[in-house]
Design a protein around this ligand. Structure first.
Ligand code: HEC
Length: 255
């Protein structure tokens, strides 16, 4: 009996609790699945900049369109680039993973469950911390995924980011505290040295949207669950009142 109880307990622990944000990540974000515009922008970024290499096998174009009120013809025109894919298809890619492994040295993984696996904070930090590093094959390196095989595909938007020596508020590894200013001196501070098409805060918002979209893709039914939750609570309260009145009615003659 005890075993069953434990099994039940574990079944009830939501996944998001297990995928708690990793400590020590440089950035964090809170997904907002109610923000329709953000998810739509995130999906557009994903289909434009990521779907050349990464699939979302568990997600259909039609499902996202339905969940976020996007008309079918707009999705077909603006978000589906491969002639082999249709509105009702899963978000697959044409690249074969064997080829990809040869080209990049590591296959670009399917990202359907990435937000559950790594957590949104990790994805957000990952996409924001590519920096120039001529010693790698791709010419870039990454703060949270050292020596990653992925090129910095968002560089046209972000610009070139490099490690520079500067002051920072964050107690980083190897940083020295300046007792006068209370700030840290470090030579690992990431800074955009040659601008892209977006300002740094604009780029950060774009990456927020992209991460928000991937958080939705990781748990598409969370949206419905969030909508149903309050209704269930209201039902329980109303039913509780009715049950109480009924109980009073039944016991009236006995007392
Ligand atoms: C040119 C191909 C290519 C494009 C385009 C690309 N990636 Fe990648 N990505 C890769 C490769 C290759 C890896 C595997 C890296 C490794 O294991 O070293 C990867 C890894 C990742 C990972 C880490 C996966 C893990 O191991 O947990 C994430 C997250 C990711 N990519 C997100 C994105 C996003 C978001 C975009 C769009 C902005 C994107 N990628 C565009 C090739 C690509």
């Amino acid at each position: 009996m005890k075993k069953q109880l434990f099994a039940l307990l574990f079944a009830l622990v939501p996944f998001s609790v297990l995928a708690a944000p990793g400590a020590g990540l440089p950035y964090s974000m809170t997904p907002d699945l109610e923000d329709e515009a953000s998810i739509q922008r995130g999906m557009r970024l994903f289909t434009n900049y990521c779907m050349g290499c990464h699939s979302l096998e568990f997600q259909r174009f039609a499902r996202v369109a339905e969940d976020f009120g996007m008309p079918k013809d707009l999705v077909e025109e603006n978000l589906i680039f491969s002639p082999e894919l249709a509105f009702n298809d899963q978000m697959q890619i044409a690249m074969n993973s064997g080829d990809a492994e040869n080209w990049f040295g590591a296959p670009p993984p399917d990202l359907s469950l990435e937000a559950r696996l790594r957590g949104p904070d990790w994805i957000y930090s990952y996409l924001l911390t590519f920096y120039k590093d001529p010693s790698t094959t791709t010419g870039v390196n990454n703060e949270v995924f050292p020596l990653v095989a992925m090129p910095n595909v968002l560089e046209p938007l972000q610009g070139v980011q490099e490690k520079v020596c500067a002051e920072t508020d964050r107690p980083m590894e190897g940083a020295e505290l300046d007792p006068l200013t209370g700030k840290y001196q470090s030579c690992d501070v990431l800074k955009v040295t040659s601008p892209g098409s977006m300002e740094p805060d604009e780029f950060q918002e774009a990456v927020y949207d992209l991460t928000n979209f991937l958080a939705y893709v990781g748990e598409p039914s969370k949206l419905q669950a969030q909508a149903i939750g309050p209704r269930v609570l209201i039902f329980i309260v109303i039913f509780g009142v009715i049950a109480y009145l009924l109980k009073r009615e039944y016991w009236r003659d006995i007392h």
